[in-house]
Design a protein around this ligand. Structure first.
Ligand code: FES
Ligand code: FES
Length: 509
């Protein structure tokens, strides 16, 4: 059904985040009023049924629902949002909290940390007056660009999935290219034909345990931290398109990549293939391609002595050593060669967050503030943003409450700042607790499904309160400081276990 809607009918509000895995919810539509994941729905099964995309929803339902999502910061890049709008529209207003959390189990949102979506899902009312929208769009865009690290629009159009994703804007009739298993490109007249020729077997979940590829040397470490490969898990797969002799479409059409998608590979391929075939060419990754080819957060091994000296070992990554050195002056930094997927120092706070977290853990252990289900940490980012985080966990180690105070210069747009801060807190919780990418003995990723990375679901995400503080003359990115502060506070609350993600490290050992 996804192919029929998106490829044959050209309905580009129906997004493809993982097809045919059926795990992200981006392709959700209504079939006779019931939410269905289109990429795993056979088109013959809907013969005679009414299929409704977000564009066809009753405006007296859709518009107040989308306005409620925008007003509560429940959409950023907007790639996941059209499917979620369909699901919540089918659920109806005033759902009980359990039903709302269950409804969102079918979806993933990597940007917003769920809390705005949960609040909107409870609050919206059909036919309610249109919201005032964004007070100052320019200020909101500026803040979103600072937080997302790339040009980004916000508001109703973005929440409806119309924010300019590359593959949505490709001209009809363009050829399609996808990565092939021989390292080249599989080209076809249709997406189905290109994928059929790619030579890749379908992605699957291997069940293989995580590994901690960077070893820590022996030492009298007061604090130890090892991390694994972490997938950025952005929802919009890399995509571009180009006409012969043209400029390739940006693969970061509306942000949401957290520093990834910067290798330009899909754009370069689109330009080269368009020139070669003399026709417009779409180039796009499957979810499995993103996992195989996209950059991961570099694993580290950090050991700190009680006097603050220590060592940071990090998997080979261009530009990572200066980021670590700046945050951990006096520490010995070693880049080590390990077998594994590509990494990038451009991913959110890579390197400096790890060192900052380790130093915060050491400070907490010196002060006797470790464990007991409560952790607190204050982090100042290289750009000067300051975040103070307090995290509470229950007896099973699950987070129950996150409170953050954030100072990042003039706020510009309160909804946007909060949304990015909540999203960063959600990502930090996942990083510490559950996120990791399994690789085989050659370092090749083996878990290629989007549910295998451990992204926290809506029902596992605790309330996250963001208090905004004035301070600083210039606006700077604040969400990276929140990311590091919440990670540190969570780790401290749980007693500084030496391997992340903690929940899966415990399960393995
Ligand atoms: S694209 Fe259908 S669930 Fe992800
Ligand atoms: S807004 Fe949900 S994935 Fe970006």
């Amino acid at each position: 059904l996804l192919s029929a809607l998106r490829e044959e009918l050209g309905l580009r509000s129906v997004k493809d985040g993982c097809s045919p895995q059926g795990q992200c919810g981006c392709c959700t539509v209504l079939v006779d009023g019931v939410a269905r994941v289109a990429c795993v729905t056979a088109v013959r099964r809907v013969a005679g049924s009414q299929v409704t995309t977000v564009d066809g929803l009753d405006p007296t339902v859709r518009d107040p629902l989308v306005a409620a999502i925008v007003a509560r910061g429940g959409s950023q890049c907007g790639f996941c949002t059209p499917g979620i709008v369909c699901r919540l529209a089918a659920l109806g207003p005033d759902p009980d909290p359990g039903a709302l959390e269950r409804a969102l189990l079918a979806h993933l949102c990597r940007c917003t940390g769920w809390r705005g979506l949960l609040a909107a899902g409870r609050a919206w009312q059909p036919a309610s007056p249109a919201s005032q929208g964004i007070v100052d769009p320019e200020a909101a865009y500026r803040r979103a660009a600072l937080e997302g690290g790339t040009a980004q629009t916000v508001g109703t159009e973005a929440a409806l999935g119309r924010a300019g994703f590359a593959d949505d804007l490709a001209p009809p009739g363009a050829m399609v290219a996808v990565p092939s298993s021989d390292g080249g490109w599989s080209i076809g007249e249709t997406l189905a034909a290109a994928r059929a020729g790619s030579g890749w077997p379908p992605g699957r979940r291997s069940g293989r345990a995580l590994s901690w590829p960077v070893a820590l040397p022996e030492g009298d470490w007061a604090v130890r931290l090892q991390t694994t490969w972490v997938e950025p898990a952005y929802l919009e797969p890399d995509a571009s398109w180009c006409r012969p002799g043209g400029i390739p479409a940006s693969s970061t059409g509306n942000g949401g990549a957290f520093g990834a998608k910067r290798d330009g590979r899909v754009g370069a391929a689109a330009r080269r293939l368009a020139d070669e075939y003399g026709r417009p060419v779409r180039v796009l990754y499957t979810r499995e391609d993103v996992v195989r080819l996209g950059p991961k957060r570099p694993p580290v091994a950090i050991g700190l002595r009680a006097d603050g000296s220590g060592v940071v070992r990090v998997a080979r990554t261009d530009g990572i050593v200066p980021a670590i050195t700046a945050a951990g002056r006096g520490l010995v930094v070693e880049e080590v060669d390990v077998a594994g997927p590509p990494t990038s120092s451009a991913l959110r706070a890579a390197g400096w967050a790890e060192v900052t977290v380790a130093l915060a853990g050491l400070a907490a252990s010196r002060d006797g503030r470790v464990g007991g289900g409560v952790g607190a940490a204050t982090v100042t980012s290289p750009l000067g943003a300051c975040a103070e985080a307090e995290v509470h966990t229950d007896g099973a180690g699950a987070p129950t409450d996150v409170r953050v105070s954030l100072s990042c210069g003039p706020v510009l747009d309160e909804v946007v700042v909060r949304s990015y801060a909540v999203g960063a807190a959600h990502m930090a919780l996942g990083w510490v607790l559950s996120e990791g990418l399994a690789v085989d003995e050659r370092g090749v990723p083996v878990d290629l499904t989007i549910r295998s990375f451990g992204v926290l679901r809506a029902r596992d995400t605790p309330p996250i309160e963001i208090r905004l503080l004035e301070g600083g003359a210039e606006p700077v990115n604040g969400s990276d400081a929140v990311f590091a502060a919440v990670a540190a506070a969570t780790w401290i609350a749980l007693g500084l276990p030496p391997r992340w993600p903690i929940a899966r490290a415990v399960a393995v050992s």
